[in-house]
Design a protein around this ligand. Sequence first.
Ligand code: XMP
Length: 269
Amino acid sequence: MRHNECADAKKMLVDKMGINLKIADASDRFLANLAGKTDPEQKRKIIGNTFIDVFEEEAKAIDDACAATGGQPIEFLLQGTLYPDVIESISFKGPSATIKTHHNVGGLKENMKLKLIEPLRELFKDEVRELGRLLGMDDELVWRHPFPGPGIAIRILGEVTKDQVAIARKADYIYIEEIKKAGLYRQIAQAYAALLPVKAVGVKGDKRTYEQMICLRAVETSDFMTADWFDFPAPLLKKISSRICNEVEGVNRVVYDISSKPPATIELE
Ligand code: XMP
């Protein structure tokens, strides 16, 4: 998850929408399963499988509690899969190659016991946003930038460790905070900071540093199938870069990704 995301999601879903939510913190298990893994597709599969294992265990615990009081067992897993996730994960009716195994499409376990429901599976993001607006959902939810199923792990290139997660989260938080302060959040379809595990030389104070890089990504798109990089005002990029280098330990360089999709994709892995 992103920085503070569990608490924010809880606020939105429980406090604002009255949903009965149980949060399972399985971060140590995800990190243990990802240890030493660097291949993007392998990372995606491990995260998808771990997610379902945790989900089934939690569902069983709720089932057991329900059974004790005569309630119904849990049958379904509801996911917010969108059409681009489907197109890019499977090739159906034609030669479109698998680009990435989207966690919520091809990354799920084959022997999963829960039945899957994906009501948004044939909609694009702009259609989902319109639906949310029509249903009177909170603006903050409707305009929230998408976050990939496999989470921040695919925004940390190479091995995912607790320390790397902390760096990526902090940089991402600063980046999004500055975008919101500048009033640009809704003009951008998706923005995030990724951690590149390459080191470069720098200088902080009077000391030499040899630290990693943060890659900023921001795109404009309506369907997420193609995308253009967002043209930030240079002073804002300067401010973001300076804040990240000063406030995030272990980072001495910030780069801005100026690749469109295609040939790049929106996420780095
Ligand atoms: P890409 O990187 O393929 O991303 O250009 C297109 C959109 O899909 C999101 N994305 C995912 N969403 N599960 C999801 O629900 C996933 O596994 C996944 N991978 C990428 C990505 O954030 C972007 O909005």
